[in-house]
Unconditional design. Structure first.
Length: 95
C-alpha cells in the first residue's frame, strides 16, 4: 500500500487509519522535515497536508466530522524559539 525507503534510516514514521474518510494519515521525514501526508485508500495517492520548513511533532486530535486535524509543531513561527511546541488546527488541504 505504501512504502518508504532511505539510504540511511527512517525516523518518526507513523500512520493512523481514519476509516470514516477511507484514508490513512502518515507522518514522515522523507522531505527533510517531519510532515503530515494523507494516503487515499481508493486510488493509493499520497498528498502532503503540511509542506514547509517546520516539524510536525504529533497528531493530537482528528475531528472526523469537521475533517480537521489538531497537531503540535515546532519551528513554524519565525521569531519564536524553534524548540517550543505550538498547537495548530489544519484542514485536509493544509490550511
Amino acid at each position: 500500500m505504501y512504502t518508504e525507503t532511505s539510504k540511511t534510516n527512517i525516523d518518526n514514521y507513523n500512520s493512523t487509519l481514519v476509516e470514516e474518510w477511507d484514508k490513512i494519515l502518515i507522518t514522515s521525514e522523507k522531505d527533510g522535515w517531519k510532515q503530515l501526508y494523507i494516503l487515499d485508500n481508493k486510488d493509493r495517492t499520497v498528498k502532503p497536508i503540511t509542506n514547509a520548513a517546520y516539524y510536525v511533532n504529533n497528531i493530537l486530535l482528528i475531528d472526523k466530522k469537521a475533517q480537521t486535524i489538531i497537531i503540535s509543531a515546532s519551528g513554524k513561527e519565525q521569531g519564536r524559539n524553534p524548540y517550543y511546541q505550538h498547537v495548530y488546527k489544519i484542514n485536509l488541504d493544509g490550511k
